[in-house]
Design a protein around this ligand. Structure first.
Ligand code: HNI
Length: 142
């Protein structure tokens, strides 16, 4: 999936708002994931999964911060995400289908907080970006 210059510009301009609210957006996306797709909770059985728990907030921030690193290295995401790719492939072994589910929950979260600026072209760009991240995180599955 190739991101055009226009896609990259859309992602960067939207991400300023996301990265400055990393904990809130990340926690909201995780809470949406667990509510809409309860099977995803099995990966987090060691977490307190109450919506405003410290675990959800801390993990939500980690996920958004990792995506911020990807945005900041949007021309070389495979290097930037290399360690996370190893972690998800070798240790966590998250079923690949779940990356699409989380990406959708992240998009819904961004949409809920950016109603004025999230037009279809920007939405498409963010969708492509998150698909690319998901593809990279499962690239080393064997
Ligand atoms: Ni994921 C750990 C980023 C998708 C389950 N994940 C992390 C960490 C980051 C991260 C960052 C922390 C790494 C560290 O501590 O060194 N995960 C991302 C990103 C995506 C993603 C950017 C996709 C956008 N992860 C998923 C999905 C699932 C998932 C779809 C399962 C539904 N991740 C985990 C689990 C952990 C994890 C489980 C370990 C959590 C813990 O702290 O024990």
């Amino acid at each position: 999936m190739v991101l055009t210059d226009e896609n990259k510009a859309h992602v960067k301009s939207t991400w300023a708002n996301v990265s400055s609210n990393a904990e809130a957006f990340g926690a909201e996306a995780l809470n949406r994931l667990f509510a809409a797709h309860p099977t995803t909770k099995t990966y987090f059985c060691h977490f307190d999964l109450k919506p405003d728990s410290a675990h959800i907030k801390a993990h939500g921030k980690k996920v958004v911060d990792a995506l911020t690193v990807a945005v900041n290295h949007i021309d070389d995401m495979s290097s930037a995400l290399s360690k996370l790719s190893d972690l998800h492939a070798e240790k966590l072994r998250v079923d690949p289908v779940n990356f699409g589910l989380l990406a959708h929950c992240i998009l819904v979260t961004i949409a809920a907080h950016n109603r004025g600026s999230l037009n279809p072209a920007v939405y498409l760009s963010l969708d492509k970006f998150l698909s690319r991240v998901g593809a990279l995180l499962i690239a080393r599955y064997r």
